[in-house]
Design a protein around this ligand. Structure first.
Ligand code: MLT
Length: 213
């Protein structure tokens, strides 16, 4: 079982009642990578930043793949369940109660965030995916996603996260009842400053401050 005691991660409580950002790095990153983004996305928010548990030639990832953009979908399913379990245990371990969790992922981190949004919406009902794509090729999604919201940020010429796949994940999320906010810019893989500003505004409008006593 993956517990907060055994899964390498960072946690910062942030101000009382603020959302908690679940920061999911890209391939080859670690739990420190997205920390500079946290304060720009939601000043004062808490964060939970785990390390991707899969190794690929010494690089941390969130699930196995057979090649660039060709995912081991069984592993995606398994790892999304593990991450959702970790989040729930961290919620009780750190006592962040009913504070809203916002998954924020980049690239491979966006893909595991989207898998979790599609398969385990209760773990993080708010998701921001920078340069993400559809991670569950060949699977039928039957979860009720009403009440969840996802913001997608993609580049039109992203060779690693093709725009068609990003459009597809948005349509599948919507077909199951999620609210989807699509943000498409010119360019390739990455996080642009305008996207950070857009994501920050999205967090403000899609989260509420709660009492956490
Ligand atoms: C990556 O290198 O992270 C890919 O573009 C996306 C993935 O493998 O999930």
């Amino acid at each position: 079982m993956t517990t907060p005691q055994t899964w390498p991660h960072l946690f910062e409580a942030g101000t009382a009642g603020s959302p908690v950002l679940l920061l999911l790095h890209g391939t080859g990153g670690d739990e420190h990578d997205l920390l500079p983004l946290a304060d720009r996305l939601a000043p004062g928010a808490g964060y939970l930043a785990p390390r991707g548990p899969v190794q690929e030639h010494g690089m941390n990832r969130w699930f196995r793949r057979f090649g660039e953009g060709v995912f081991d979908v069984d592993d995606v399913v398994r790892r999304a369940a593990e991450l959702a379990g970790f989040v729930e245990r961290a919620r009780s371990h750190y006592g962040f109660g009913d504070r809203q969790l916002v998954a924020v992922g980049f690239s491979n981190g966006a893909n595991i965030a989207l898998a979790m949004a599609l398969l385990h919406p209760q773990a993080a009902p708010r998701t921001i995916a920078f340069s993400g794509m559809y991670p569950l090729e060949g699977r039928t999604i039957d979860a009720d996603l009403s009440g969840t919201a996802v913001a997608l940020f993609n580049g039109t010429s992203d060779a690693m996260a093709p725009i068609d796949s990003a459009i597809r994940v948005g349509s599948i999320l919507e077909s199951r009842g999620a609210e989807v906010d699509r943000n498409v810019r010119e360019g390739g893989h990455g996080i642009h400053p305008t996207e950070v500003a857009g994501a920050a505004a999205w967090i403000t409008s899609h989260t509420k401050k709660v009492r956490d006593d």
